[in-house]
Design a protein around this ligand. Sequence first.
Ligand code: ADP
Ligand code: MG
Length: 286
Amino acid sequence: MSTIHLRDVYYKYQSQLDNEEDINSNLPEALSNINLEIKQGEFVCLLGKNGSGKSTLAKLLNGLALPTSGEVLVDGISTKDESRVYEIRKKVGIVFQNPDDQIISSIVEEDIAFGPENLNLDSAEIEQRVDSALESVSMTQYKYTDPSHLSGGQKQKIAIAGQLALKQEVIVFDEPMSMLDEKDRTDLLSVIKKLNREDKITIILITHNASEAVYSDRVIALQKGTIKYDGPTNAFFGNKEMVLSLGVEIPVANKIAYKLSEHIKGFNEKIITKEDLVSQILNIKR
Ligand SMILES: Nc1ncnc2c1ncn2[C@@H]1O[C@H](COP(=O)(O)OP(=O)(O)O)[C@@H](O)[C@H]1O
Ligand SMILES: [Mg+2]
């Protein structure tokens, strides 16, 4: 059971710190005044435009980066506690944007087994974990394939399987869909949804595209390193001014709903899928 707490977190990159003596330069922190609690089983969408601090926040969650001030706690363990960073990494995994950076082996099976092998598990346990991880991402048939022959979306699924084989309780996805085509995106999004709903894995999905928030329960929106919104996904989309002010990509259905709501009294702006939009339009009383 992993609960993540961030308390009064600030983060400055070294180059931002180096510039502090230079009074002409006033580089802001990458993150400031971040207070959050993410509970086991949540599906959170961390949304913000490029440079808003999303990746920095991701790296803080498993100790890849340490806060300049404040604290990040995973199940009460501070990421600053060097002796326990290993425990934290066993709970919280990160899948990055580019699958090519994450795949190291020339056979899918070996690639997924790499992490568990480092945990010194016996070979039967490793094999079982590899098989079940492949099954979770519907990639069993590619067990003996060379990953370089796979599509971007399939490679991303292998990277996810690598995390699943470690039995991570929390998986942070840092813009995992940005390099994929439309079909692979839809496919991967439903895999991520399944991991949350069926395997009860806490999901933190990072994106600059609000349409990827559809399956999340909660949106945390960042702007210039601070939290601009933290609340239910539905209420997020209902807050038109705020959504538009973030500078993120907005689902076409929502753009239409926002426009219609200017002309039709009582039109619900919270819609997040095309289907919701269509059914609302069909319900408009003439
Ligand atoms: N390695 C780095 N050194 C200095 N500044 C950085 C570094 N990485 C990111 N930044 C700065 O920190 C801010 C947040 O970046 P980042 O967390 O990568 O945002 P996002 O993932 O939302 O695009 C930006 O202003 C960015 O320029
Ligand atoms: Mg980023």
